[in-house]
Design a protein around this ligand. Structure first.
Ligand code: BTN
Length: 342
């Protein structure tokens, strides 16, 4: 983690930013900034250059002052928190321009009693992790985040949580981008049959009590798909990748999408706590791309085919084998590939 620096601003930076945003693209004089924010005119440039480092395009002109020409695209905590409607998810956000893995840091924070809902988010990961011990390519332009949950449910019921998160992320993509995002069991989000997002859930428990579960979410938002595919094509479980930018033909507002993801995540998670898993499974099924299709299941060294017919009470996939028997598949070291009907 050496050299990885968390993005921090002070209250003065934020006050200046607020003034510049309020001016709606017009200049704000140094005198006004100095009076409103209570900083000396000589130090304004210091605050402004700190803001520029975070990607805000701020112009300065002798005699006119400062104006915000373009807001930042970075997933900065103070931007995401604006209009965030949650009670606890994202109340504390740690942002990094570059990190090894948001998941690893979130686990460390969870071990040190970080509050439920704490989020770690990064512009880029050097050692992003995927399910089944694989690497996750996480270049610039994506949304790479991990959040800490401390569910009050028995450990045995934890298998439903990845479905809760996939449902929430799918909802966020559908609402924010108006794209037909579908859910591929156990926890991928796909568009036109290609993967746009993946979820990694890692928990710590003692006996039947869950200490925490860290949920890692990767969304290929404004990622260059050609480069991404070149990096991951041929890896086990690969069935095609896409990005929101590719599907939309334009960039998405990552800050808005990340905020929506956190809102949806908390809402769906509370729904699970308050109403139980039936409603989650019913909603998950409404958006399923897996059910009703023929699938090949790769489980350790074994591989078999069948038809995905239902989701069990705990989130397991029910597959009908050619001999009519029904097999329960529990997410874990398993890959499920949907076979397209000819
Ligand atoms: C998968 O589809 O196998 C899950 C991928 C999860 C990737 C995310 S990106 C943010 C978080 N940090 C990681 O190192 N991995 C997860």
């Amino acid at each position: 983690m050496v050299g990885m620096q968390e993005s921090i601003v002070d209250a003065k930076h934020l006050e200046i930013l607020k003034l510049l945003k309020k001016a709606n693209g017009r200049y704000v004089s140094g005198e006004r900034i100095s009076k409103n924010v209570k900083v000396s005119r000589a130090t304004i440039w210091k605050h402004v250059s700190a803001l520029r480092k975070y990607g805000y395009r701020i112009e300065s002109k002798e005699g006119s002052g400062y104006k915000l020409v373009k807001p930042t695209d970075q997933l900065l905590p103070w931007e995401i928190k604006q209009n965030l409607k949650t009670k606890f998810v994202g109340k504390e956000i740690h942002h990094y321009a570059i990190i090894d893995s948001t998941q690893d840091l979130a686990i460390r924070l969870a071990e040190n009693n970080a509050k439920e809902g704490t989020v770690v988010i990064a512009e880029k990961q050097k050692r992003g992790r995927a399910r089944v011990g694989r690497r996750w390519a996480a270049p610039e332009g994506g949304i790479w985040l991990s959040t800490i949950l401390r569910p009050k449910i028995p450990t045995a019921e934890s298998t439903i949580l990845p479905l809760v998160v996939a449902l929430a992320v799918g909802n966020a993509i559908r609402k924010e981008c108006k794209l037909d995002a579908k859910l591929k069991w156990p926890n991928d989000i796909i568009i036109n049959g290609k993967k746009v997002s993946g979820i990694l859930a890692e928990m710590s428990c003692e006996a039947d009590r869950m200490n925490y579960i860290v949920i890692g979410i990767g969304v290929n938002a404004n990622v260059n798909v050609k480069k991404l595919e070149a990096a991951i094509r041929g890896t086990e479980g690969y069935y095609g990748a896409t990005s929101l930018m590719k599907e939309l033909g334009r960039e998405v507002d990552r800050v808005k999408l990340a905020r929506r993801m956190l809102n949806e995540l908390e809402e769906t998670y509370l729904e699970l706590e308050e109403e139980g898993s039936d409603i989650i499974i019913r909603k998950w099924k409404e958006h399923s791309a897996t059910l009703g299709t023929n699938v090949t299941v790769a489980l350790n060294e074994m591989c078999f085919v069948g038809k995905a017919i239902d989701i069990d009470y705990d989130g397991a996939l029910l597959v009908k084998l050619p001999d009519g028997n029904i097999k329960r598949i529990v997410a874990g070291d398993v890959y499920v590939r949907m076979i397209k009907a000819k």
